[in-house]
Design a protein around this ligand. Structure first.
Ligand SMILES: [Zn+2]
Length: 402
């Protein structure tokens, strides 16, 4: 297997050029534009390497592009298992603070800069190049290969991979998708619970506060108690692998969104704050919600005038991929052969589209080209080393899995 890295290095120029051309198509989401151009481009590449392609359109919104999912298949045998590799092709918008034009790729100091380089266009180039290398060597993999290129990951993914999975348009025995890079592989993600706690008071003229009931005051007492809960959560820790101690703990952010109050001389009759609670796999959103409600109830007991409502804005349970005896051990061997390092499984703090496969019980690994850790940030980049190594790892994986 050692020669994969050598073969990839021989095609380094084509690999970087492919990643660059993908970056040049600004598939900015929201609102989700240039999707047709992107799918045309990837589809032509797929056909050039002999893959059969199908387009699945999930939606045609009034604004932006049609939500096109592209699936490319290499069927090697009817009774074989299928390896599915997903990459999303949309990118988040770029700010004015970039040093260079975010959609004109720049190669500097062993890095490829551009919006979406790490998240996750370099990965699309890696996947396509891995397949091309196998084709060039006339290697027939022991699995069927299914590649998906999906939109809308940056806005929740309902029209992307979630659509393909829910409609049973893709089929996977093993799944590989967005995740960590280098010596870490993502094997799951934390859960989340987003709440809005809305306090009701009674407005009155600012010169006669006793005629009203200040919703902001009640909110502050409640917020102080919620901060106390946030500190207590710091003592919990997951037993699953993580990249850092912070990742091992549940978390709670209070006040990401605060609203209420209209004017300096009016007693606020309404006031609200948000809660962003992240859960380790040992927790459930039901229990986390209960915990927060208990804290709020205790505040109300001490201050009977407080009135509030808790609204669940979003909730998702944590997921951890089921581990089988084939996929993870083999992937980790491929990583060791290329990087000469032992692969470490780790939870991600945020969810990726891979969660849809994980929920179905499909052994899944989140591993994609990285080296920058600057997804969504200004001056996003990937290291060219990671691009080459990941391409070699994918080549070896597809070649040896069965
Ligand atoms: Zn992404």
């Amino acid at each position: 297997m050692d020669n994969s890295i050598r073969l990839v290095k021989k095609q380094q120029r084509e690999l970087i050029s492919l990643a660059s051309r993908l970056i040049e198509i600004p598939t900015v989401n929201p609102p989700g534009i240039n999707y047709e151009r992107m799918v045309d481009f990837i589809e032509a590449e797929c056909r050039d390497i002999g893959l059969k392609t199908t387009r699945y359109i999930a939606a045609r919104p009034a604004e932006g592009s049609a939500r096109i999912n592209l699936v490319a298949r290499w069927n090697t045998g009817r009774h074989r298992k299928t390896l599915h590799i997903n990459s999303h092709y949309d990118v988040v918008p770029a700010t004015e603070n970039w040093h260079t034009d975010p959609f004109i790729p720049v190669i500097k100091n062993g890095r490829l800069y551009g919006r979406g380089s790490e998240d996750m266009k370099a990965n699309i180039a890696a996947v396509l190049t891995a397949v091309r290398l196998l084709r060039q060597q006339d290697i027939m993999p022991g699995v069927n290969l299914e590649l998906s290129f999906t939109p809308d990951e940056e806005t929740g993914g309902a029209a992307g991979l979630e659509y393909l999975v829910k409609k049973k348009l893709v089929q996977a025995d093993y799944a590989l998708g967005e995740g960590y890079s280098g010596e870490f592989a993502a094997v799951g993600n934390k859960g989340m619970l987003w709440l809005e706690v809305d306090f009701q008071g009674k407005s009155a003229h600012g010169s006669q506060p006793s005629r009203g009931r200040n919703a902001f005051e009640g909110m502050n007492m409640a917020a102080a108690a919620v901060f106390g809960l946030a500190r207590r959560l710091n003592r919990k820790q997951t037993r699953f692998g993580v990249r850092s101690l912070e990742d091992a703990r549940p978390s709670l952010v209070c006040g990401g969104v605060v609203s209420g109050g209209h004017k300096v001389n009016i007693v606020p009759g309404r006031s609200s704050f948000s809660i962003d609670r992240r859960l380790i796999p040992e927790e459930t959103t039901a229990k986390a919600l209960c915990e927060i409600e208990q804290v709020l109830t205790a505040v109300r007991k001490r201050n009977p005038g407080i009135k509030y409502r808790v609204k669940v804005m979003a909730r998702e349970e944590a997921v951890v991929s089921s581990q089988d005896e084939v996929f993870y051990p083999l992937f980790s061997e491929c990583v060791r052969n290329v990087l000469k390092k032992k692969l470490k499984p780790a939870l991600m703090t945020g969810g990726t589209d891979l969660r849809h496969f994980i929920r179905m019980g499909i052994p899944s690994i989140g591993y994609s080209v990285g080296g920058g850790d600057r997804a969504h940030a200004d001056n996003e980049f990937v290291s060219i080393k990671s691009l080459i190594e990941t391409t070699a790892i994918f080549t070896d994986l597809i070649k040896s899995l069965n």
